[in-house]
Ligand binder design. Sequence first.
Ligand code: SF4
Length: 167
Amino acid sequence: MIKYVPGMTSVVIEEIPDRVTLAVDISNCQGNCVGCHSPFLKTDVGDPLTEEVIDALVAANFGVDCFLFLGEGRDLPRLLALAEHVRSKGLLVALYSGRTGVEEEIYAAFDYVKVGPYIEKYGPLNSRTTNQRLYRVHHGADGTFSKEDITARFWRRGIDPNVAIKA
Ligand code: SF4
């Protein structure tokens, strides 16, 4: 099961370049970032995130073209199924993971994947010294995919580096 935190969903424009993104906080985070911005997300809080809940959230936020899982939880098969559901609705699907690396299955299922824990001395994605990486995943018609590191997009856009993008 994947759980999300109702009341914390928001439409964002900075987390995924060029997209109007519906961001949903996912609990049961596998990360262990020092100075974690939301320690409660490491616990089993929230409500089940189902296909029906995703449909309702998207319907309530008309105009979004990307759905962002802020966290991956601890149920990979369900995460992949939910990602596939989002894509079946014609939306792009993105994941912010706190892990250094994720399974290839995740890249195969998502259009954007952020990896890397938040490390204060390196800064968030919009810091040129960041250890985190955002990949745009390009999918071929034959099921193959390739990853493009687009982290530098955060640096060119002049986003205030003091405004932390969520880990
Ligand atoms: S990925 Fe986010 S929620 Fe998870 S430990 Fe790191 S800062 Fe906390």
